[in-house]
Design a protein around this ligand. Structure first.
Ligand SMILES: Cc1cc2nc3c(=O)[nH]c(=O)nc-3n(C[C@H](O)[C@H](O)[C@H](O)COP(=O)(O)OP(=O)(O)OC[C@H]3O[C@@H](n4cnc5c(N)ncnc54)[C@H](O)[C@@H]3O)c2cc1C
Length: 469
């Protein structure tokens, strides 16, 4: 431990208990993709906002870099300390959640686990719609810091759209609060939305006020397959023209993903009998009070079949069937991990050009190496694709690993050509800093750096994340 960290800890011992200082073993802060290793040796666990403030104030005095930690499910390495002299600040003890019946709002502390927040809302007959496969371990503070997306963005937006108020501690220990449950509030700058998505580089989020929604009545899950990618855009347009914000999810699944699930030994009930490359799993809320729109939906899908835009379609008629369908979508990340990707891309492009984009990218990637498999899946209704690249045989893995940066370049260059985003929902973290600098608008980068240098002039909060100074 460096003498600076020693002095910092000694100064904090007046206010914190011995048990709040944890000596870290490397497995306690994990990169879900097992590529990055946490190098910090000390973790502090504050129990309230005042303690967070105290820690940051003293860190500011002793020049200690602080890495905020939520559930450690982040996929771009923002929560992983890359230097030994950095201190991890775990928010896990700030885990209170309150539901207010009169306003249907939630007040949460940042360390609350997403699934616990969702369960409390459900127990009160309401929905908190943020849905991620990591919801059993990610924390709302991490979700807000990364502006997480997930399955239901198409209807409810990112977590930014679900948050009315925020409390955070700035790098010098000052507490900033916008904890008001107002829809309209133009009292100066919108600092809540500056902190959301700042990945722990501008402040440590400590509390938030969140919206909840009515629980959708009898949402229906529909699984369909198509011959060509263009057909997905056609069907999406037909459905969204009629059902607009009744679409809860519209998820792309590739046959390769289903092969990976089977290879990994998971058991699934794949309903399709015809082999096609692409499938979509969508969920739609069909009831308005006692009126059901199911017939209109059935007719629309039938028209799509007649026009050869859909090959096969299945409605989940029971909860069990619905779960079977969603199990397939939810197993894809786990199956990908078992297979072991060479490079994973979280990208977005405008929905209408997705067929052209994927076709072109597949062609370029395969001309780079024939020994590649692509599993492209994701929240296609939002234009968000997870374009993950794997070796077709284990023999080609080493060779592709040495060339993985070139593979990233191929993907990102094309995303940029199509005016897309190289980070749709996971953030920049430590892994995409160069790409951000290469592809983002210079004026925006200039202003981001200006803000960071004023809010955190000593570059102590999550150094190396988003910014390269
Ligand atoms: C299986 C799986 C599925 C996933 N699916 C999705 C998905 O569909 N959509 C999606 O958007 N993401 C997804 N993710 C990524 C991840 O779950 C999200 O980024 C999540 O929001 C991170 O939350 P966390 O609490 O784990 O944060 P961490 O991983 O601990 O931290 C993430 C970043 O936030 C910062 N941070 C954490 N807490 C705070 C705080 N209180 N204040 C300030 N900064 C903080 C950290 O320093 C770091 O930079 C998935 C991950 C996995 C493993």
């Amino acid at each position: 431990m460096s003498s600076n960290i020693g002095n910092f800890i000694n100064a904090l011992k007046k206010d914190l208990k011995e048990s709040q200082f944890i000596r870290l073993r490397s497995f306690e802060v994990k990169d879900p993709r097992d590529r990055l290793l946490n190098k910090s040796e000390i973790c502090i666990k504050p129990e309230n906002t005042k303690e967070v403030s105290k820690i940051l104030k003293i860190a500011h005095k002793f020049l200690i870099p602080i890495i905020p930690l939520g559930g450690s499910t982040g996929l771009v390495g923002g929560q992983i300390a890359h230097e030994k002299d950095q201190v991890i600040l775990s928010l896990e003890k700030l885990d209170q959640i309150k539901f207010f019946k009169k306003s249907n709002l939630l007040e949460v502390q940042s360390g609350a686990i997403l699934s616990s927040i969702k369960n409390l809302a459900l127990n009160n007959g309401r929905l908190f719609p943020l849905s991620l496969a990591s919801e059993g371990s990610c924390q709302i503070g991490g979700n807000l810091a990364t502006n997480a997306g997930g399955l239901n963005v198409i209807k409810y937006g990112n977590v930014r759209d679900l948050c009315l108020g925020l409390e955070a501690v700035l790098p010098n220990g000052k507490i900033l609060s916008t904890m008001k449950s107002l829809k309209k509030n133009n009292m100066g700058f919108d600092l809540k939305n500056l902190l959301i998505g700042s990945e722990g580089t501008l402040g440590v989020i400590t509390s938030a006020i969140l919206k909840t929604f009515p629980i959708p009545k009898n949402p229906v899950s529909i699984f369909f397959s198509v011959k060509d990618l263009e057909d997905i855009v056609f069907v999406f347009k037909k459905i969204s023209d009629l059902f607009q914000d009744r679409i809860l999810a519209f998820e792309l699944i590739k046959n390769t993903g289903i092969d990976f699930i089977k290879e990994a030994g998971f058991s699934i009930n794949n309903p399709f009998t015809n082999n096609t490359d692409w499938m979509v799993l969508m969920e739609i809320e069909l009831n308005i009070g006692t009126i059901s729109l199911k017939e209109i939906l059935e007719q629309t899908l039938y028209d799509c079949i007649l026009k050869n835009k859909i090959v096969e379609v299945f409605f989940a008629n029971t909860l069990n069937q619905r779960n079977e369908f969603w199990k397939i979508r939810e197993l894809i990340p786990a199956a990908n991990r078992r297979k072991g990707s060479i490079c994973s891309n979280d990208i977005s492009v405008p929905l209408e050009i997705i067929p052209e984009f994927i076709t072109k990218l597949d062609r370029t990637i395969l001309s780079f190496s024939k020994e590649i498999l692509v599993n492209c899946f994701g929240h296609v209704g939002d234009g968000n694709l997870h374009y993950n690249i794997f070796p077709s045989t284990e023999n080609s893995r080493m060779d592709l690993e040495t060339n993985r940066l070139q593979l990233f370049d191929i993907v990102n260059d094309l995303v940029n050509k199509y005016s897309g985003s190289i980070s749709a929902e996971h953030g920049i973290g430590r892994l995409k800093v160069n790409e951000l600098n290469k592809f983002e608008d210079p004026g925006k980068l200039y202003m981001m750096k200006l803000i960071k240098s004023v809010v955190d002039p000593k570059n102590l909060l999550n150094p190396g994340v988003i910014f390269k100074f």
